[in-house]
Design a protein. Structure first.
Length: 312
């Protein structure tokens, strides 16, 4: 039996926007943190902090998962979700180091596209004609917005192409994780799922982490690291809960806004703190593409059928 949404689409929409905002501003904090720490230690700390805080919260609420809930099928799905989320982090961070931040942002959007189509195929979700028009507008927007970067992908050589390929693998891994997460909502609450996944990912990255380097951080980098940990907990918690209330295909449409949030945030921070990060420059074609991305995403997300309009 496939997971069915609660029908509370307004709550799902709000949680999706919270997720995309937190994921959109994360690269700034991550970029600052990586000035002082290696990628694996950052990933390990984010998972560990999320696991510890969520364990404390669920303990207080007396909502920790029980062993009786771990049936054979759910154990397999939890293992798949854990491995593929860890793989997403691993391949994305490796690709980011080789291909650069802007390329990473455009290529990783493949993840939300795959999530949307996975929702259509696996969970039998349906797009209206208006929503398919939104997909077309969204696609055109991305093509315009990342025109220069897409050209670079075709003409690039060596490690640049390798890095891009690793990010593609990371995007596929994330889509598999997200679709598995949605099916797990049949057996567990979203918070219980994330607790188990956080714990599993922490164990997977422990051998790679250089834990002692965390104790050498200054106030700025320690603050950024703590923010990255909190961001992971809240953003993935909101994402997991959004899938409980809204279709995966529509959640994915909102997540497609993440690069815009990132670029706007980078512009603001670069103007306020010019020594912290380098601003991104967008030409007229890029601005038009950005507007099309927003328009297409909103069309997909809010283009509900007549039946859906009566819910919520």
């Amino acid at each position: 039996m496939m997971h069915q949404t609660s029908g509370r689409w307004r709550l799902g929409l709000g949680l999706s926007f919270l997720t995309v905002f937190l994921w959109g501003i994360l690269p700034i904090a991550l970029k600052v943190t990586l000035q002082a720490l290696d990628v694996y230690t950052v990933i390990w700390f984010r998972f560990l902090m999320s696991f510890v805080l969520l364990t404390i919260y669920l303990s207080v609420q007396q909502k920790l998962p029980s062993l009786e809930q771990l049936q054979a099928n759910s154990r397999k799905l939890l293992a798949i979700a854990t491995i593929f989320l860890a793989a997403n982090y691993f391949f994305f961070m490796q690709g980011l180091a080789l291909a650069g931040a802007v390329n990473a942002e455009v290529i990783i959007q493949l993840a939300t596209v795959l999530l949307g189509f996975g929702g259509l195929i696996i969970f039998k979700e349906r797009y209206t004609l208006r929503q398919w028009f939104g997909v077309s507008v969204l696609t055109l927007g991305f093509l315009l917005f990342f025109k220069a970067q897409l050209t670079n992908l075709i003409t690039a050589q060596g490690q640049y192409v390798l890095g891009s390929g690793l990010i593609v693998i990371g995007a596929v891994a994330w889509a598999i994780y997200a679709l598995t997460q949605k099916q797990l909502l049949q057996s567990f609450s979203s918070s219980n799922i994330m607790l188990i996944i956080y714990g599993g990912c922490t164990l997977l990255f422990t051998p790679l982490a250089k834990i002692n380097t965390i104790f050498t951080l200054d106030i700025l980098h320690l603050g950024m690291l703590l923010f990255c940990g909190l961001n992971t907990l809240i953003a993935y918690g909101a994402f997991a809960e959004s899938l409980e209330h809204w279709e995966a295909s529509r959640v994915s449409a909102i997540l497609a806004l993440a690069p815009l949030i990132t670029l706007i945030s980078v512009w603001l921070v670069a103007n306020i703190f010019p020594n912290l990060i380098t601003p991104e420059h967008i030409n007229l074609i890029g601005i038009i593409g950005a507007l099309l991305i927003v328009s297409g995403s909103v069309t997909i997300a809010l283009g509900k059928s007549e039946k859906k309009k009566t819910e919520g």
